[in-house]
Design a protein around this ligand. Structure first.
Ligand SMILES: Nc1ncnc2c1ncn2[C@@H]1O[C@H](COP(=O)(O)OP(=O)(O)OP(=O)(O)O)[C@@H](O)[C@H]1O
Length: 258
């Protein structure tokens, strides 16, 4: 559905992405993982149209969208969330979702989802009238998801949605992502929380220094010695409890072993 072909991004002399290929398919969650600075956000920005690649192509439904403006991609069904929460703080929880739905209706009458139903879906009904900037981060993440869903996307790009969520919240979030994928949504998940990634993703891509170093199902990626060395650490063992903690705690803090 969403395809990246041979994408290279240079920031001056620095190559942030080197000839990257990746595919996001409908009906499953695809994961994109890698150490800090690997190029994940850069790739996200290329996918959403915030950053033109130095070379290569982005295709949606087989059609070239490499140079298409972000709002035009949104109209074609691409929605995203941000690594740092980007809510309308002075609006209520419900108004945040209503605003997104209203914007969607302007470009495609009848296409927006019902805001109250979305709040119920993400478990925020009781907080509908709270100002968004009073929400703890974990709940803010859920609101951001509801807002992204308000435009009825076909492809959803999630940038570190577990950050700020506790274990229980993350587990509920994982269930919700599984449900959404089950309904046919294509989801790309950038995330350092390995419990979430390994639990919900059907396919994983691993970036390191701007290069795709591995891809495959979670079990094979997890077993790949190069991935373990570059990102997941050398914590051994089936069950992999330690492994999850390793990537999660070294993720956003910026100190993965390389
Ligand atoms: N605007 C910019 N100008 C120059 N270099 C940049 C710019 N943005 C990112 N970089 C560099 O490009 C590389 C990839 O950065 P990017 O933010 O995409 O990584 P990331 O995998 O998203 O990291 P994180 O997990 O910390 O979010 C890094 O070396 C970073 O320092």
């Amino acid at each position: 559905m969403l395809e990246v072909r041979d994408v290279t991004v240079r920031y001056g002399g620095h190559v942030a992405l080197h000839s990257v290929n990746l595919g996001v398919e409908a009906g499953r969650v695809t994961g994109l993982i890698g150490p800090n600075g690997a190029g994940k956000t850069t790739l996200f920005n290329v996918l959403t149209g915030l950053l033109p690649p130095s070379s290569g192509h982005v295709l949606l439904d087989g059609q070239e969208i490499t140079r298409l403006a972000p709002y035009r991609r949104a109209r074609r069904g691409l929605a995203r969330t941000f690594q740092i929460l980007e809510l309308f703080g002075q609006l209520t929880v419900l108004e945040n979702v209503q605003l997104a739905a209203r914007l969607r209706r302007r470009s495609a009458p009848g296409a927006a989802a019902d805001p109250r139903a979305l709040l119920a879906r993400v478990g925020l009904t009781a907080l509908a009238d709270r100002r968004a900037d009073t929400l703890p981060t974990g709940l803010g993440r859920r609101l951001e998801l509801a807002r992204a869903l308000a435009v009825r996307p076909r492809v959803l790009l999630l940038d570190e949605p577990a950050s700020g969520q506790d274990e229980e919240e993350t587990a509920a979030f994982a269930d919700l992502l599984g449900e959404l994928a089950g309904e046919g949504l294509a989801i790309l998940l950038v995330e350092h929380d390995m419990t979430l990634v390994m639990g919900v993703c059907a396919h994983l891509y691993v970036l390191d220094f701007g290069t795709l170093m591995a891809e495959g199902d979670p079990a094979s990626v997890r077993a790949d010695p190069r991935v373990r060395e570059a990102y997941l650490g050398t914590v051994p063992g089936p069950g992999e409890a330690g492994l999850a903690a390793t990537a999660a705690t070294t993720g956003s803090a910026g100190e993965e072993p390389r």
